[in-house]
Design a protein around this ligand. Structure first.
Ligand code: ADP
Ligand code: MG
Length: 694
């Protein structure tokens, strides 16, 4: 038997069952079986006394006698009931589904072991559908027994728990010949990791709970370790091979702007991040950097300064946003920032007029235009640069791999890449999913910001909420009302939006109310935005199209309707539309009275913190890491054991270990590293999806 042996050659399997197993469980080889982990274990090593039972226990084993067997109830509530007695007490047994055969076969009044989960009902314990073994026939207890994730389909064909237990047991006897250690001994000892073979044995047949935990930890570490190793090797390779344009000069554009035109003093975090970017771009290696900063932390100015460095070195820059509105916003803020410095910036989106488009194309090709802002439109083949040196991508979640690849192709030597995201990423995710990127974090808000006050209100409070908004408007502030617009019921939501718009217009008599939603044409959207941004309208009624990027510092109240229908990161993004000026800002989350447990947690989190990182942690706990990243990218994090929500320590340790190893031995040439290198080459190389940024 070897790891590659197809399972059909195993005793007790054969071609037909092998096919079934392959189709249902995707298991083809012995190795697949070793990596087919139990979902839970039955503890038959212990016999409990009834007097010590508790309903928080997992399945328990009891030893005693079944007595008082009888049928109860009529029709649908018909059931078979009995008592079970040991020397310390009595519990109820119940079968909701049973056959005449079962009833006759039950070993009443004999000493038996029963096995199952007890529940407490009317201060009496009961067990439904217990597993029963007669004492004389009982197999010797053998620690924890694995239960594998099977399916109806399999157990109908005789592939039940017992079957899997037998197959795995026979494979496990071969473990010493099958598995070699793949983590260096020194690391194993330092981190107190169980040897590999022992871990695989104990993950399938744990001697006891402690052994199981050690095995589990070791296998998680292994997963994390090789994942980190893949990324670290990739990064190392990139640094050695991805030539980039060295921006060695810090010249007039940057210096003059920095000295004379900064509209505000930069925060320390902004300064640090700019330094990190500068250091990166100075080297003849392509930059691949992620810039994380909460909404309102001031990423735009950082992006601009990076583009000025590109200009100083004779290179062009492009800044790409996922939506028309966002691109427009970036364009407006960049134009405002650079106007006095006399730097030309242009905007290219799907709705740019033909003549303007042509002129942009020409000036990019001739090199007259140094900074372009746009949407996906900048990716089109017809958009050619004279010398593209820096590409800034805002809100990377919405751009796919292929699109980024197109950016690269726009210059012979690929441009430096700066990805900006306002969606803070939990630490474990940043450590894994983004571990081939360098990460810069703006973790400090501009001075003088007052934290936004967030409150939860219900329909009965509507009048006071409206009055509050009215008062703020009277003070000269502006207000957003945001409504959910979710695809499945779009028409209904849309109708709702229109009705609410009418209500608001009626209530806020004398105010100008403007509206923004996804069905409007780009120029209509832009007009509506302008109307609000200029202060002509006091109220903006919108859908989530304003979620990212919209910047109106005078707006101080954000009212989110049906807030329970929004996800956490969306709520956080929406809230980030206020609190952008010096005034105290408010976010009011309106919900219905009935909330699910999850939406209660979301609302509570929002009212308790403004910290995007904390919010992202909660979000990951609620939704899981895959959902957080979006389906497009979650496959990369397809871990079997490792859990990004709970295994931060293991991930961190694996990352540190990889760093230490590669620092000492970048090509894994040392004798101590041969086993891990071989394992990496056979199991991981080429299997990780690299194509995220590069
Ligand atoms: P985001 O990181 O969300 O893109 P922006 O770059 O849009 O944030 O900045 C948010 C607001 O804060 C803008 O109005 C910007 O002019 C302002 N701002 C940015 N940096 C500072 C700073 N250091 N001091 C004061 N205001 C700042
Ligand atoms: Mg922004």
């Amino acid at each position: 038997m070897s790891l590659d042996t197809p399972v059909e050659f195993l005793k007790s399997i054969g071609p037909e069952r092998a096919k079934l197993i392959r189709n249902v469980l995707d298991i083809v080889t012995v190795e697949d079986f070793l990596n087919f982990y139990p979902i839970r274990y039955l503890d038959k090593s212990q016999v409990y006394d009834i007097k010590n039972l508790s309903d928080t226990l997992p399945e328990v084993q009891l030893k005693g006698r079944i007595i008082d067997l009888k049928e109860l109830g009529e029709g649908r509530s018909k059931r078979l009931a009995a008592k079970f007695q040991d020397e310390t007490g009595i519990i109820d047994l119940v079968w909701f589904k049973y056959s005449k055969w079962l009833k006759e076969q039950l070993p009443v009044n004999k000493t038996v072991y029963i096995f199952g989960k007890v529940t407490l009902f009317n201060s009496q314990f009961s067990m439904a559908h217990p597993e029963i073994e007669v004492e004389e026939l009982k197999e010797k207890p053998t620690g924890l027994l694995p239960i594998y994730p099977g399916s109806e389909k399999l157990s109908k064909r005789g592939l039940n728990h017992k079957f899997f237990q037998n197959v795995l047991r026979s494979i496990c006897t071969q473990i010493p010949a099958l598995l070699t250690e793949n983590i260096p001994d020194a690391v194993r000892q330092k981190l107190k990791l169980m040897p590999r073979g022992e871990a695989y044995l104990n993950i399938h047949f744990p001697g006891d709970l402690r052994k199981y935990e050690q095995a589990n930890r070791r296998i998680k570490f292994e997963e994390a370790f090789f994942f980190q190793l893949s990324y670290a090797l990739k990064k190392q390779h990139h640094q050695a091979n991805a030539i980039g344009n060295p921006f060695t000069l810090v010249g007039d554009y940057f210096t003059t702007f920095y000295r004379d035109h900064l509209p505000f003093p930069l925060t320390n975090a902004q300064k640090r991040v700019i330094r990190e970017i500068r250091t990166d771009m100075r080297r003849p290696v392509q930059m691949n950097r992620l810039l994380q900063g909460d909404v309102g932390s001031g990423k735009t100015i950082v992006a601009l300064l990076a583009m000025l460095i590109a200009m100083d070195n004779g290179f062009q820059s492009v800044m790409m946003a996922p939506t028309e509105i966002l691109a427009q916003q970036h364009y407006n803020s960049l134009k405002e920032l650079t106007e006095i410095a006399g730097i030309q910036i242009r905007l290219l989106t799907g709705s740019t007029k033909k003549s303007e488009r042509k002129s942009i194309h020409d000036s990019l090709l001739s090199g007259d235009l140094s900074i372009l802002v746009g949407t996906h439109a900048v990716l089109e083949d017809i958009v050619q640069f004279k010398n593209l040196g820096l590409a800034i991508i805002d809100e990377q979640h919405r751009f796919g791999v292929a699109q980024r690849a197109r950016l690269w192709a726009k210059n012979r030597i690929p441009p430096h890449i700066l990805v900006m995201t306002a969606t803070p990423i939990p630490r474990t995710l940043a450590m894994s999913f983004y571990s081939d990127l360098d990460v810069s974090v703006i973790d400090e808000m501009p001075l003088g910001r007052k934290p936004i006050i967030t409150a939860h209100r219900r329909e009965k409070d509507r009048l006071s909420v409206f009055r509050f908004a009215q008062e703020e408007i009277e003070k000269g502030r502006q207000v957003y009302f945001v409504y959910p617009l979710i695809e499945e019921s779009e028409t209904l939501d849309y109708k709702n939006l229109m009705e609410n718009f009418d209500h608001i217009v009626q209530f806020f008599e004398g105010c100008n109310v403007t509206m923004l939603h996804g069905r409007m044409k780009p120029n209509e959207k832009e007009d509506a935005m302008q109307y609000f941004a200029s202060g002509k309208a006091q109220i903006m009624v919108a859908t989530t199209v304003i979620e990212v990027g919209v910047n109106v510092p005078n707006a101080s109240v954000m009212i989110i309707e049906s807030a329970e229908r929004f996800g956490l990161s969306q709520l956080h993004q929406l809230r980030g539309r206020v609190g952008r000026g010096a005034e105290q800002s408010y976010c009011i989350l309106m919900t219905s009275d009935k909330l699910t447990k999850e939406s209660r947690i979301r609302i509570k989190t929002m009212t308790e913190t403004n910290d995007g990182f904390k919010i992202s942690e909660v979000d990951m706990q609620l939704r899981g890491p895959g959902d957080l990243l979006g389906t497009q990218q979650s496959g990369i994090l397809d871990f079997k054991k490792l859990d990004l929500t709970t295994d931060a320590k293991i991930i961190e340790a694996s990352k540190d270990t990889v760093a230490t190893i590669l620092q000492k031995d970048p090509f894994l040439a040392l004798p101590d590293h041969q086993n891990l290198k071989n394992h990496y080459l056979t199991h991981y190389r080429g299997k990780t999806s690299w194509g995220k940024i590069s």
